[in-house]
Design a protein around this ligand. Structure first.
Ligand SMILES: Nc1ncnc2c1ncn2[C@@H]1O[C@H](COP(=O)(O)OP(=O)(O)OP(=O)(O)O)[C@@H](O)[C@H]1O
Ligand code: SF4
Ligand SMILES: [Mg+2]
Length: 361
C-alpha cells in the first residue's frame, strides 16, 4: 500500500457525503430533438477524498460537473433531481447563491483551461483578480497569498510577474490549479485537467494535487479517460455509460473485481492497465442520446445480454462494501470475468448484436 493510499484512507474516515446528487436527469434541446445527457444519476461525492469519473466520450461526465457548479448551457433542462451541498440544493439555488459558492467553495479545472488565461495580464494579476471577485484584502495580503499559492503548486513565485506565454504548458496548468485553490474550496471539479500535457508533466501535476489535498483537505471529482490515473489518485470511482452511472464503489473493488460488463470492457480497452495481451476495444458505439434504447443501454454492445436486458432497465444494486452495479446479471459476473477478458467474447458479441439489430430493422 502506498503512502498516498494511507493518506486517502485516513482522510476517508468522515464518510458523510460532501455533495449528494440524487436522481439527476438533464437533457439538451437540439435541432434534432431532446438529447438525454443524464438520466437518474445518483452519486455521493466523498468528503476530503477523490472520486474518479470515467466513461466514453459523450456519456455525460462534463454535464454532471457543469450541473454541480451551475454553468449548464442555456439549452439544458433539468427534468428531475437534486444536488445537495451543505444543506443547499444547487439545482434550485438562485444565481446569487450559486455565484457565492462557485470558486470559493466549489471550483473547476477544465480541459480547455490552458487556453483560458488572459494573454495580456500577468499570471500573478490573474490570481489576484480571482481572489478579489470574492474577498476584500489589502494589497500586501493579496501579494502574500499569490506567493503562497504559486509556491504550493510548485511555481517559483518570482514568476508571478510573467505573462502566460512565458510559462510552459505544465506551469500554466499549475497556475490554473493555484487559481482554482486560492479561495480554499471544499470541492475541486477536475475535467481532464492534464489531457494536453505529456505523461511526465501529468504525473508531476497529479503528485502536486495529491500533496495539496493532504495540506488543504479538499475533495476532488476527477474526470479522466485513463483508469491508471484513477487508480493512482482516487479512492472511489463512478463508471458512466450513456448518461447513467452503471457502477460505483471503491477503486480497489470496482477496478479489482468489476460486476458491470461495461466496466469489464473498459478495463480491457485501456492501455494503461497491466495485462498479458493487447488492449481490446469495446466494439460498437454508445447509443444516440436522442433515441436511447429501451432496457439496458449497453445491451446493443454487451456480450452477456439476455432477452430481459433489452426490455427492462437495470437499477443500481448494492453488491456489498459500498460497491453498486446496474446489471441484470450481477450475480453471474464473478463467473464471467475471465470470459470478459477474452478478445473472442467481444468479437462474438459484436457479430451477434449486429445480426439482431439487422433482424429488428
Ligand atoms: N450544450 C449542449 N447542447 C446539446 N447537447 C449537448 C450539449 N452539451 C452536451 N451535450 C450532449 O450531451 C451528452 C453528454 O455530453 P458531455 O459533454 O457531458 O459528455 P462527456 O462525457 O463529457 O464527453 P467527453 O468525454 O467527450 O468530454 C452528449 O450526447 C452531448 O452531445
Ligand atoms: S443488464 Fe444485460 S445488457 Fe446490460 S450490462 Fe448487464 S448483462 Fe449486459
Ligand atoms: Mg467532457
Amino acid at each position: 500500500m502506498t503512502g498516498n493510499q494511507n493518506n486517502r484512507d485516513a482522510d476517508e474516515a468522515d464518510d458523510s457525503a460532501l455533495v449528494d446528487i440524487t436522481d439527476l436527469s438533464i437533457r439538451f434541446r437540439t435541432k434534432r430533438g431532446m438529447a438525454n445527457a443524464l438520466e437518474s444519476v445518483s452519486l455521493a461525492v466523498p468528503r476530503k477524498a477523490s472520486m474518479g469519473l470515467v466513461g466514453e466520450s459523450g456519456c455525460g461526465k462534463s454535464t454532471l460537473m457543469k450541473a454541480v457548479i451551475g454553468v449548464l448551457s442555456e439549452n439544458a433542462e433539468v427534468t428531475s433531481g437534486s444536488v445537495m451541498y451543505n444543506g443547499t440544493d444547487l439545482m434550485r439555488a438562485d444565481a446569487e447563491a450559486l455565484r457565492s459558492i462557485r470558486w470559493s467553495e466549489i471550483s473547476m479545472i477544465t480541459q480547455s483551461a490552458l487556453n483560458s488565461l488572459n494573454p495580456v495580464m500577468t499570471v500573478g494579476d490573474q490570481i489576484i483578480e480571482a481572489i478579489q471577485a470574492h474577498r476584500h484584502m489589502s494589497k500586501a495580503d493579496l501579494n502574500n497569498l499569490v506567493v503562497k499559492m504559486l509556491t504550493l503548486v510548485g511555481v517559483d513565485p518570482r514568476r508571478m510577474h510573467d505573462y502566460p506565454h512565458q510559462f510552459s504548458g505544465g506551469m500554466r496548468q499549475r497556475a490554473i490549479i493555484a487559481m482554482s485553490l486560492v479561495l480554499n474550496p471544499e470541492l475541486v471539479l477536475a475535467d481532464e485537467p492534464t489531457t494536453s500535457l505529456d505523461m511526465i508533466v501529468q504525473d508531476q501535476i497529479f503528485r502536486s494535487i495529491r500533496d495539496l489535498q493532504v495540506q488543504l483537505g479538499f475533495s476532488m471529482l476527477l474526470v479522466t479517460h485513463d483508469l491508471a490515473v484513477v487508480i493512482e489518485n482516487c479512492s472511489r470511482i463512478a463508471v458512466m455509460y450513456a448518461g447513467q452511472i452503471v457502477e460505483e464503489g471503491s477503486v480497489a473493488s470496482v477496478v479489482g473485481a468489476p460486476f458491470h460488463p461495461y466496466t469489464l470492457g473498459l478495463k480491457n480497452s485501456l492501455p494503461s492497465i497491466e495485462r498479458m495481451h493487447e488492449p481490446i476495444a469495446i466494439p460498437g458505439a454508445p447509443p444516440d442520446p436522442i433515441a436511447m434504447p429501451p432496457g439496458c443501454r449497453f445491451a446493443p454492445r454487451c456480450p452477456f445480454a439476455i432477452p430481459r436486458c433489452r426490455e427492462q432497465r437495470p437499477n443500481l444494486e448494492q453488491m456489498g462494501d459500498g460497491h453498486a452495479s446496474a446489471c441484470h446479471r450481477n450475480a453471474d459476473m464473478p463467473g464471467l470475468r475471465m470470459e470478459a477478458a477474452e478478445f473472442s467474447t467481444w468479437a462474438r458479441a459484436s457479430e451477434t448484436n449486429h445480426a439482431s439489430q439487422e433482424s429488428i430493422s
